[in-house]
Design a protein around this ligand. Structure first.
Ligand SMILES: NC(=O)C[C@H](N)C(=O)O
Length: 334
């Protein structure tokens, strides 16, 4: 099933699952790096980097072809099914997912919590469209395949690989809206770096503390969880509006270490008394630990997880039927 001209027996088999994003985008000139269109298919992505066939037998599959702002639960669940099916194939060494960078960290984190395998799963993308001068997609794709084909990449969870850096799905986050060097790790650090396209890991494999694992086999949807953004005079009515429109949990992107206005907290307490839905306080800052700042007992805190990752974890734990006490324990272990 290789997409390379000929399959070479000595090379590892790697499957590339394409979902869209800038890596799969085209602009009208090679100097245009904004306002481009998604739509380049997996075959064109692969033919731009024929060198990939020197390091692995790759096969490509198109899962979606959208800007990552439009990745939804349906696509995530379909992607999960395909990733798991590939990894279950004993002839497959690893999987690469190509993805838009804007929500890449959410998909990476989701996969990390639902794909239970020690085989390498690598997610990559690009900041410049495929038509740009110095497009970053081709080398990012080459490095991602190299990583997925590497023996040293086993048992490291889902990895985020762009611009020479190798990060963990737990700690990688997009930092800059425009720059190539946008994926950085939070305090906990990066996993490694590519030197002359060879992945160099800083440490032997390890697993994030208290990492939960969820099963979404056969799942068609997940409970809705909203994120409310904290700021001075935040609108308390949004808490109610969120619950009334069907949210089964709320993440607060709080100020500082998960703070929220006293008026807002009183509204949240009232909403909690009526609905009983879990309310988890994270941070709007780029890095740090949300916890220890709770005023009311109903407040849960997200630990090191940013709001978008806390949302993924809350959706999965609600879907698994966790009680509020179990959800609290899970977050407080982060
Ligand atoms: N660099 C990118 O991939 C951004 C794009 N808007 C996306 O996330 O799909």
């Amino acid at each position: 099933k290789s997409s390379c001209k000929s399959s070479q027996p000595g090379l590892p088999n790697v499957t590339i699952l394409a979902t869209g994003g800038t890596i799969a985008s085209k602009a009208s000139s090679n100097t245009q790096t904004t306002n481009y269109q998604v739509g380049v298919g997996i075959d064109a992505l692969l033919s731009a980097v024929p060198e990939i066939c020197n390091i692995s037998n790759v096969s490509g599959m198109q899962v979606s072809n959208v800007d990552s702002a439009s990745i939804n639960t349906t696509i995530l669940l379909e992607l999960t099914t395909r990733v798991k099916a590939e990894l279950a194939d004993p002839t497959v060494h690893g999987v690469v997912v190509t993805h838009g960078t804007d929500t890449l960290e959410e998909t990476a984190f989701f996969l990390d919590l639902v794909v239970n395998s020690t085989k390498p799963v690598v997610i990559t993308g690009a900041m410049r469209p495929s038509t740009a001068l110095s497009a970053d997609g081709p080398l990012n794709l080459y490095q991602a395949v190299k990583l997925a084909a590497s023996k040293t990449a086993y048992a490291r969870g889902v990895m985020v690989s762009l611009n020479d850096r190798i990060g963990s799905a737990f700690t990688s986050t997009k930092n800059n809206a425009n720059s190539l060097d946008t994926f950085h790790a939070t305090e906990q650090g990066q996993l490694g770096f590519f030197i002359d396209q060879v992945p160099k890991f800083y440490s032997s494999p390890s697993t994030p503390r208290n990492k939960p694992q969820f099963d979404v086999t056969g799942q068609k949807s997940l409970p809705a969880v909203d994120i409310l953004y904290g700021h001075q005079e935040s609108n308390s009515h949004l808490i109610r509006a969120s619950i009334e429109s069907g949210a089964k949990g709320i993440i607060f992107a709080g100020v500082g270490a998960g703070g929220w206005s006293l008026d807002g907290l009183k509204s949240a307490q009232r909403a909690y008394n009526q609905s009983g839905i879990p309310m988890v306080f994270s941070r709007r800052t780029n890095d740090g630990f949300a916890g220890g700042d709770s005023i009311y007992p109903f407040q849960m805190t997200s630990g090191f997880l940013n709001p978008q990752k806390a949302r993924v974890m809350l959706q999965l734990s609600l879907n698994a039927g966790y009680s509020n006490d179990e959800i609290r324990k899970m977050f407080e272990g982060q």
